[in-house]
Design a protein around this ligand. Structure first.
Ligand SMILES: C[S@@+](CC[C@H](N)C(=O)[O-])C[C@H]1O[C@@H](n2cnc3c(N)ncnc32)[C@H](O)[C@@H]1O
Length: 219
């Protein structure tokens, strides 16, 4: 991370604070949609000004097992920046997000990649038709937007992700991780613990990088 990337973290924190403030009044979906309606890239994830996010997507993609996937699913895909990386590793990629404006921008940014499509869904209420369809599911910096976030919901999400996977399919889970003791890192640890707990998934690798935690699991 370079000194300039501090601006990225400040913008992320501002966007998260807006969502937090609006959630009680608007609800989860509208609060998330509102930040995309105000800015095409609310977390500056695709900004060429900052190097950190682009590097993070590259590293996350490099952590995947060295094989080709048939159907990949990127849950909470936002602008589809990670989905784009998956497009070179999978025959078909589906990006799912709750915010329609994010998906419009994601589709615009992926117009050059015919094997990506996007759909609007709440990841807590995914259609059962998706079950067992994917050999790769990615969940990057998404679950901590579910609020409140009891362990029971996290465990239910881990089970839900497991059901999306074909036997032997892979889940890549990634979340902010700073210094272990801060509230955000503790929350990320709880998320990863719920996936670790999931009887239908086994951990194959775990990576702690500045500043995220990435876990690979297999169904
Ligand atoms: C910080 S962005 C991360 C986007 C993307 N995963 C990435 O790494 O670039 C979080 C995304 O999660 C989406 N999200 C949050 N809660 C969601 C839910 N319940 N269902 C679907 N998407 C959700 C938001 O709309 C937002 O696009």
């Amino acid at each position: 991370m370079s000194a300039r990337d501090i601006g990225l973290f400040l913008q992320s924190a501002r966007t998260d604070a807006k969502i937090e403030k609006r959630r009680a009044k608007l609800g989860q979906a509208a609060a998330l949609e509102s930040v995309y309606a105000e800015s095409a890239d609310p977390w500056a994830s695709g900004s060429s000004r900052y190097r950190y996010q682009a590097r993070k997507y590259e590293v996350l993609a490099s952590l995947l097992p060295n094989r080709r996937f048939s159907h990949a699913l990127d849950l909470g895909c936002g602008l589809g920046l990670l989905s784009r990386h998956l497009a070179s590793r999978a025959d078909q990629v589906l990006g799912v997000d709750i915010a329609p404006s994010a998906l419009v921008e994601a589709a615009r940014r992926s117009a050059d990649l015919p094997n990506i499509s996007y759909a609007c869904h709440d990841i807590t209420a995914l259609p059962e038709a998706l079950d067992g369809q994917f050999d790769l599911v990615t969940v990057a910096d998404v679950l901590y937007y579910l609020s409140p976030l009891p362990d029971a919901l996290l465990k239910a999400m881990a089970m839900r992700v497991a059901r999306l996977l074909k036997p032997g399919g892979v889940c890549l889970l990634a979340n902010h991780y700073f210094f272990r003791a801060d509230p955000e890192s503790r929350r990320s640890t709880r998320i990863h613990d719920a996936f670790r707990w999931c009887p239908a998934l086994s951990i194959t690798a775990e990576h702690r990088k500045p500043f995220y935690l990435a876990t690979l699991l297999q169904a």
